[in-house]
Design a protein around this ligand. Sequence first.
Ligand SMILES: *Cc1c(COP(=O)(O)O)cnc(C)c1O
Length: 424
Amino acid sequence: MSRWIERTRLDDASTVLRRALAEGFFREGTSAALFHDLGRVRARFVELETRFPAGTLHAVAVKANPVVEILRALVNAGAGLEAASFEEVRLAIAAGCPASRIVFDSPAKTRDEIASALALGVHLNVDNFDELDRVASALGNTRPPPIGLRVNPQVGGGSIALTSVATRSSKFGIPIERRDEILAAFEAHPFLSALHVHVGSQGMPLETLVEGVARVHSLREDIERRVGAGRIQTFDLGGGLPVAYRPDDVPIPLSAYVDALKTKIPGLFTGDLGLVTEFGRAIHATAGWAASRVEYVKQAGDERLAVIHLGADLLVRRAYRPDEWYHEIAVLDADGRPKAGPTEPVTIVGPLCFSGDVLAKGLALPCIDPGDFVVIHDIGAYTLGMWSRHCSRGLPLVLGYDGDTLSVLKNRETPDDVVTFWSR
Ligand SMILES: *Cc1c(COP(=O)(O)O)cnc(C)c1O
């Protein structure tokens, strides 16, 4: 199977968890850990490099997983990084990413952030016409880094409204229906040399992703007819490739996406255009899984509840929009071995003090006991990076593995660390 769509099998999680136990990572006070398969992340990056033309800048979205050591592993493999905020630009630098391989995409860049980004020399994608004016005045006569215009292709939403960014009135980019103003902007600002599109994240059909890229690419010809051939040096196609979370979701191989782009938009691949990608979820989501000790098992009405140490703090979307977001959940015994025996329904609840902190209701799992481990699959993207401080529990330990080596990517937050966080 292509490593692009490969997922963590429970047997593999069991092996890694047992190693983590043997190496003493679950010492007193550590009840849960997140695991990230760095080997798989690197393999995915290699696949990106082989499918796209040589020289493409693959800027992985920092917001999908901002752990600096995970970013560093990507940078060491040759990736660039995409920043959704100035803080993420700083995280990219901390991970050792050269400025020329950082893409800065926030929709709310301040004047100071724009000036700093230009001084650093990061790629910058301008979100709106007012920002474009700010960039123009900040540039003066300095030689600009690559600067692009983000265009909303208005192809409509996917199946998840909150992650659809290409509806007619999305808050991101300049709507493509303002074509004349876009052309005029390229005419007025010779420093604009790139087009940027990002169609969405999860819930987007492949056809919609490709249609969005195609619409924005169609601007290139119009712009070049107006202001001269060769003006668009760089085309940034964003990220948005969905992943399979449910057993019956059909994963999309990277090859299918690239083949569809090649068929529909051959002009992207003629070699005279620098390409940038910004994948996040597809790189990380199924490379990460979590393991939490079961603290209590209790009966409430007709339900058996297993109380674990990760809940709506880690899985904000799952807890608040359970119809849209899903994670497979399994159980291992206290030593990290698969459990056998007849299944019985159990509801997995998190540690927070509100009743919506439920990860799954009535799952059929082998009988769960206190001290067992609950494994939550596919948590490598948009989980720790969206951590909720509700109830002030500390961020969990993050471990990385690569073949047989297991290492700490981020220490757990202690109660003292949390006091510091909330203090002046
Ligand atoms: C979030 C985001 C991405 C990454 O999207 P994925 O769905 O994780 O691939 C890329 N580009 C921009 C501008 C984004 O906001």
